[in-house]
Design a protein around this ligand. Structure first.
Ligand code: NAD
Length: 245
């Protein structure tokens, strides 16, 4: 019989990133022991082990996942890079490798950071539910691969294989150390490029505070059990009301 790894041992793939680091810090506060797997190490936290590697490298993943029961996957190339091949390689092929590595290592739960853009067809959505279909015409290459990535993860959910999956779909994330959203807005405004309005000024956009996104991930992980309705499902996550933008 396989010895079950402690349920408080987890790994965060992409743990050096904006969301990943917040997730790591909260997991440590909650008493988890955390291994970070990322192509770059950008900080140190006592009690957290860092493993530098590419998620497309199964052997590198296996070394980190062998005594882990729970994995958070929040790694992605930056949407701004607009490199279709890289998005496919990392988000789709790489995520397949993550799943195989998890299954071989005996990981029992995988929580994916997806994106609300997977259901965005270019027109405002208010009170959109998770039963909205995936976008037929994704807005960019990044979103195209986030759709495939989410499908791959949710389809891998299997009670028989003792491998359960769930996806969390934030839209814009803001909070301390945000590298893109607010700094880019401020920079654009400083350069005087925010003097025009796209649309009629009533476009909707959703932002969620990073700690709420983290909370959603941990809640999903802790409730992901064989008899739970979360198995193989995606969940939108938001603060409350969308912001007029
Ligand atoms: P981020 O760029 O700050 O972090 C991503 C991390 O992934 C980085 O540390 C990077 O080094 C790592 N990474 C990239 N390629 C890798 C690879 N091949 N192997 C291992 N690690 C790799 O991004 P973020 O804002 O923290 O986003 C985290 C997740 O949340 C992503 O999946 C993103 O699609 C999703 N998301 C983000 C937002 C947002 O507004 N920031 C909104 C919706 C969804």
């Amino acid at each position: 019989t396989r010895i079950r790894p402690s349920s408080k041992r987890c790994a965060v793939i992409g743990g050096s990133g904006f969301l990943g680091r917040h997730l790591v810090e909260r997991l440590v506060e909650k008493g988890y022991s955390v291994a970070v797997f990322d192509i770059a190490q950008r900080y140190e936290v006592p009690g957290v082990t860092f493993h530098q590697g590419d998620l497309c490298d199964k052997q590198a993943l296996l070394k980190v996942l062998k005594d882990v029961s729970l994995v958070f996957h929040c790694a992605s190339p930056s949407p701004a890079c607009d490199d279709r091949n890289l998005f496919w390689k990392v988000n789709v092929e790489g995520t397949r490798i993550v799943i195989r590595a998890c299954q071989e290592a005996g990981v029992q739960r995988l929580v994916l950071t997806s994106s609300a853009s997977v259901v965005f067809e270019g027109t405002d959505i208010k009170n959109g539910k998770e039963d909205l279909p995936y976008a037929k015409r994704p807005i960019d290459y990044y979103t195209e691969t986030k759709i495939q990535q989410e499908k791959v993860v949710l389809e891998a959910c299997s009670k028989e294989k003792d491998f359960l999956t769930v996806a969390i779909r934030p839209h814009g994330i803001f909070g301390p150390r945000d590298p893109q959203l607010v700094p880019i807005l401020v920079d654009t405004a400083r350069k005087g490029k925010m003097k025009f309005i796209i649309g009629d000024g009533a476009n909707l956009v959703d932002f969620t505070y990073v700690e709420n996104v983290v909370h959603g991930h941990i809640l999903a992980a802790e409730h992901l059990k064989p008899d739970s309705p979360l198995c193989g499902k995606a969940y939108h996550i938001t603060n409350d009301e969308p912001i007029r933008f």
